[in-house]
Design a protein around this ligand. Structure first.
Ligand SMILES: [Ca+2]
Ligand SMILES: [Ca+2]
Length: 396
């Protein structure tokens, strides 16, 4: 299903560095099953910011242009077209009531689900942008639809601080079965961006393709469109792959000896940067005579609870019943958002647990001879005598 387009790579590399991969969406691949798409559906949202004739619609920004608020996979997003030459720009927003995912699609790419109707921004020329206060999930895709005669566009990607992100290793999703625009990477590392150019002499029937984000840090996508004439537009929407559960990598530290206290810790990660839910991430300390277990059910749980989060550690004091066994720390990570909880993962074996150290054998104390009062006086006299002799020799 995933293949590198050798011919395209060769063509593109004569002029610019190659992108990571070209992924052709094959028929019956269910590629977009359970993806989430951008929605711009609040009642009364205006269709046009600029209608190409100098007229402005609702949803204007204070200084002109326009903006609509929407969502993508539960996060707030904005589609913004800033103030520009009103007489020359066609820009606005569609909602799911207006446009389908695309035409000339391979069959069987949405699983059992109907063809989605994403909320879409549109722009013929000038600048527009999608933005989010937090990074888009890894694999979020910018879809562009209906690239008609003479239309071209450039796409740049930025982090939450406004720094450009190198898009040279992002992937091109070839979706429609006809009219794939020419697409290439422009610029130099680390500021590379994408460029698309229509291959259609006349009207494209709303075909769609996409660029998949391969960075976890993109918060903004800037679109710069060009078209010699007024009217028409390319339509844009976003899609995110199904959210996946978080993962944990647990560790045990400390001495595996009866009576010693060991500590269980772990690292937490999530493909979509979903934040951990410390009150729902659970742990188990598990003992077993086996030097490897696949999960906690293969051993005996000796302690369990919620971890309180990956920043802390969970103590366990080894008991006499743990002697000669192996111990494992098993964690099921939970996220506050997205798919959760994750799959239980256990450490490799620690141990086997040794016995308490044997304290040194107490020896029978030997009586220390003591000096009586007369003895002390005798020794004092002898020492005083030595002192007197030494001082006389020095002064002689
Ligand atoms: Ca068209
Ligand atoms: Ca997730």
């Amino acid at each position: 299903m995933i293949k590198k387009s050798i011919s395209l790579s060769i063509v593109c590399c004569l002029f610019s560095p190659a992108y990571s991969a070209e992924i052709t969406i094959e028929p019956n691949s269910n590629y977009f099953e359970n993806w989430r798409f951008s929605a711009f559906e609040p009642a009364g949202q205006g269709l046009y910011y600029y209608d190409g004739s100098g007229n402005r619609g609702p949803n204007s920004l204070p200084s002109g242009g326009g903006q609509n608020s929407g969502t993508l996979d539960g996060r707030a997003i904005s589609w913004t077209v800033p103030e520009q030459d009103a007489a020359r720009i066609t820009a606005g927003v569609f909602t799911s009531n207006y446009n389908t995912f695309g035409t000339n699609l391979p069959a069987g790419i949405f699983g059992p689900n109907p063809t989605p109707r994403p909320g879409q921004g549109f722009l013929n020329r000038g600048n527009g942008q999608f933005s989010s206060a937090t990074p888009f999930p890894l694999g979020t895709t910018l879809f562009f639809q209906d690239v008609d005669s003479s239309e071209t566009a450039a796409y740049r990607f930025y982090d939450c601080a406004g720094n450009i992100i190198d898009a040279g290793d992002f992937d091109f999703l070839k979706i429609s079965t006809i009219n794939t625009p020419n697409h290439s990477i422009q610029g130099t590392t680390p500021n590379r961006y994408w460029n698309i150019v229509t291959t259609v002499a006349g009207n494209d029937p709303n075909t769609v393709n996409g660029i998949s984000i391969r960075s976890p840090s993109v918060c903004r996508i800037d679109i710069q469109g060009t078209r010699p004439g007024t009217g028409g537009s390319i339509n844009y929407f976003l899609g995110a792959p199904p959210n996946v559960v978080p993962t944990a990598v647990p560790t045990i530290s400390g001495t595996t000896q009866v009576g010693a206290t060991i500590a269980g810790t772990y690292t937490y990660s999530d493909n979509e940067s979903d934040i951990e839910n410390p009150a729902e991430t659970t742990y188990k300390f598990v003992i077993s005579s086996n030097a490897a277990i696949a999960n906690s059910a293969e051993g005996t749980t000796v302690a369990s609870g919620t971890t309180g989060g990956a920043s802390g550690s969970v103590p366990y004091t080894l008991q006499s019943g743990d002697l000669n066994l192996y111990i494992y720390y098993c964690v099921i990570p939970a996220a506050q958002t997205g798919a959760s909880p994750g799959v239980e993962v256990c450490t490799a074996a620690s141990g086997p647990i040794t016995d308490k150290p044997i304290p040194p054998t107490p020896t029978t104390p030997t009586a220390v001879p003591t000096l009586g009062a007369w003895g002390l006086i005798s020794i004092s006299s002898i020492l005083a005598g030595f002192g007197l002799m030494r001082s006389r020799r020095r002064s002689a």
